[in-house]
Write a protein that binds this ligand. Structure first.
Ligand SMILES: Nc1ncnc2c1ncn2[C@@H]1O[C@H](COP(=O)(O)OP(=O)(O)O)[C@@H](O)[C@H]1O
Ligand SMILES: [Mg+2]
Length: 559
């Protein structure tokens, strides 16, 4: 076939494929247009997974009659006028491709009216032919898309079941509802109301309305700024997590984006607070100068490039981490646990606690006051060889001795290494060990780090190695298992410090089932009070729980 230029309709259908991949893409583009039009109320109606009907109705600024057919022309937009405008853009759309792409693969009807106009208009486009007539309507725009992909059977064939396509649509609406708490969203699927937000403007309300009421009341606020960046949002407390990343939502300048980098930053903020394989729920809004990002990577505009990835990564991780450490409350046993207890203890309560304590008052004054301090605790005894009971100013504390000691050893180990002062114990008799090829390879990379924690290991020919010294904490414990676990753990390469500290803590911590003397209990409680994050072990399991005095009073009907 000789080279020739394709006709306009073929070009339009080919190009439409990039913008309109599936019904949810249509919903996304229409929602973005409604938001750009300043809508405060957006109603979405879906039938048959979106292939039957997608109708988005808004109370935004409307489209002027004279511009209706232009809006359906490729690269026609009211949002930018030159490429340089992308440096300052805050609207969601700018490519002028959505309406014409949708019209290339579906039948479209628009009913729209601008504020103050004497009449609204209906505009339809079927098979490339359009018509327009006056029709009454309050200001705003309703766009109905039907027979999606009728003319592109190949695409229709690739769609998943109606239920799957519907779930993609619900997902898109959820994203935009979370990004715009001040907008009222209503989604109706096959005539049944599915999702509804109040438009109160409070992100916590939106989370309660569409994610989970129980998580929403307990979510922790994030708010921080650094130079021209700022971050706001809500994240779940460490004791509420999911088995996958489905609860992570990111918005940059109020645009929903997919970003593995941002996911990693949030996940790292929970390091040591969440069990491996569990993920937080987080709704994160970043705002930064448009010139620091590039959103023009793909026509769907959900991928983003940051000018300075590393900087954003650290900013997000640190902001989330410090809010978590500052606010994570100690789990409380109480009859109405729905109430959110924000900052658990403050300095005043720490001092008040010393009134109940037999130790000299100077202890409370000199103790470090970490962001999330425990009050001074008076030891009462041990239960089942595993749990320590202690009295605090506001109730009874039950502490898991192994988990608590693990937390203490973890923080001490990391602190000693930060001071470049690891405590190392030479073995009376250096011990020869055999490593597997994988372990030996990993030792080559990690020997330096091991030495910084007190492990001195030397090559002894072949796969034999000589261990001369081990971290003091592990002396008398199973240091060989700890070493092998470290050499075999995939995360040792990029999170080696934390992993090694975790293993040293785990293998040196007091076992469950060990009876403790009163002195040992007292020492453990003192150390736990000084811990930076006293209420979870390095793997994220809880170390303690509290039975509040008020709960006792209620239970015994004293109030
Ligand atoms: N719901 C709406 N309310 C008001 N104007 C709209 C709406 N939808 C589309 N428009 C107008 O139509 C134009 C073209 O829309 P679109 O093809 O999505 O391109 P873009 O959003 O990139 O500008 C927009 O720039 C806007 O002026
Ligand atoms: Mg658009």
């Amino acid at each position: 076939m000789p080279i020739h230029i394709l006709d306009a309709r073929t070009v339009a259908r080919i190009a439409a494929g990039e913008v309109v991949e599936r019904p949810a893409s249509v919903v996304k583009e229409l929602l973005e247009n409604s938001i750009d039009a300043g809508a405060r109320h957006i109603a979405i109606d879906i039938r048959d997974g979106g292939t039957g009907l997608i109708r988005v109705s808004d109370d935004g600024c409307g489209i002027a009659a004279a511009e209706l057919s232009l809006a359906f022309t490729r690269h026609a937009t009211s949002k930018i006028s030159s490429f340089d405008d992308l440096d300052t853009i805050l609207s969601l759309g700018f490519r002028g491709e959505a309406l014409c792409s949708i019209a290339a693969v579906a039948d479209v009807e628009v009913i729209t009216a601008v504020d103050g106009a004497s009449s609204g208009y209906s505009f339809t486009q079927h098979d490339g032919k359009s018509s327009q007539r006056p029709l009454a309507r309050a200001h705003g725009t309703t766009i109905s898309v039907s027979h999606l992909f009728k003319a592109v059977p190949a695409r229709l064939k690739f769609l998943k079941s109606g239920a799957t396509e519907t779930s993609h649509i619900v997902n898109i609406v959820t994203n935009y509802a979370l990004a715009y708490p001040e907008v009222r969203f209503e989604l109706v699927i096959d005539d049944r109301p599915s999702l509804k937000t109040s438009g109160s403007g409070q992100l916590r309300d939106t989370c309660a309305e569409i994610l989970d009421q129980n998580i929403a009341v307990r979510m922790i606020s994030i708010e921080a700024a650094a130079g021209s960046f700022s971050i706001t949002g809500l994240v779940s407390p460490p004791d509420m997590s999911r088995a996958n990343r489905s609860g992570l939502y990111f918005f940059v300048n109020r645009r929903w984006v997919r970003s593995p980098m941002l996911s990693r930053a949030v996940e790292e903020a929970y390091h040591g607070l969440l069990t491996v394989g569990r993920y937080p729920v987080a709704v994160i809004n970043l705002s930064l100068p448009p010139s620091d990002i590039d959103i023009n990577i793909h026509p769907a505009k959900t991928e983003i490039k940051f000018r300075d990835d590393g900087h954003i990564f650290n900013f997000v991780r640190q902001s989330v981490r410090s809010s978590l450490i500052g606010e994570a409350p100690v789990p409380v046993i109480s009859e109405s646990s729905a109430a959110y207890h924000p900052t658990a203890y403050r300095q005043s309560e720490l001092s008040a606690g010393s009134l109940f304590d037999r130790r000299p008052a100077s202890h409370a004054a000199t103790a470090a006051t970490p962001a999330q301090a425990l009050p001074a605790l008076r030891p009462l005894g041990q239960v089942a060889g595993c749990y320590i009971l202690a009295e605090g100013p506001d109730g009874l504390y039950i502490i898991d001795q192994h988990a608590a000691h693990e937390r203490i050893m973890y923080e001490k180990t990391l602190a000693a290494r930060a001071r470049q002062n690891p405590s190392s114990q030479s073995l009376l008799q250096p011990q020869t060990i055999e490593l597997s090829p994988v372990e030996a390879a990993s030792l080559k990379v990690l020997a330096g780090l091991l030495a910084q924690f007190g492990f001195i290991v030397e090559a002894f020919g072949g796969r034999s190695y000589l261990v001369r010294a081990v971290p003091s904490a592990l002396s008398g414990h199973d240091w060989l298992t700890a070493l092998r676990e470290f050499l075999n753990a995939p995360e040792s390469r990029d999170q080696g410090e934390e992993k090694l500290a975790e293993l040293i803590a785990c293998h040196s911590a007091i076992r469950a089932g060990k009876n403790l003397s009163p002195e040992e209990v007292r020492a453990l409680l003192l150390d736990l009070e000084k811990a930076e994050v006293p209420n979870t072990c390095p793997h994220g399991r809880p170390t303690l729980m509290k039975l509040e005095t008020s709960a006792l009073e209620r239970h015994f009907k004293r109030t």
